[in-house]
Write a protein that binds this ligand. Sequence first.
Ligand SMILES: [Zn+2]
Length: 214
Amino acid sequence: MSEMALRAEIVAVAQAIDKAGFCPSKSGNVSARFEGGLLITPSGLPYAQTKPEDLIHLSLDGTVLSGARKPSSEWPFHVEIYQARPDAQAIVHTHSPRATALSSARRGIPAFHYMIALCGGSDVRCAEYATFGTPELAKSAVTALEGRKAVLLANHGVIALGQTLAGAHTIVAEVENLAGQYLDLLASGLEPVILGEAEMERVSAKFSGYGKVG
Ligand SMILES: [Zn+2]
């Protein structure tokens, strides 16, 4: 993919998550690996006005290589995840409402539904709380992402990673869907029936057979 096509796709995903209501108060951000580093959305610019040339090219130690704007304040966890996870080609971060509500109880999402397997395993963990934009948050996100493609950030939001931007986008939307269903289930007072490890492994195998895991 050319640099211009990649930049355009990052902006398209950022505008799609904003349109979905996942980015209140200009929150959230999107990045993809590029030339040994990453391209990331800028800080403080409304998504509707963001253009491909507004993205910032960072090295994997966070140095700005090109771009007139400031990178998203959450750049430290993007850098940390790309360093720790060779499988991550793209990262999408949102403050989507229902996943953020669940994260504020510091609860992850268990395998109450088989689609949890899309997130890389048998649950979506909730990472330990740390202040936004800090190296501590980056470390707690990487720890809770071990063996997973999505994580809830306590009292904050969601991170999803993928082998493609489309894959990371699909996962971040599914996490919002699953968090909403799980909250509804908890609010109903009914007891969730959690699928076992063996069933979740069968589902994961089926997803990889279909090429469905992002
Ligand atoms: Zn955030």
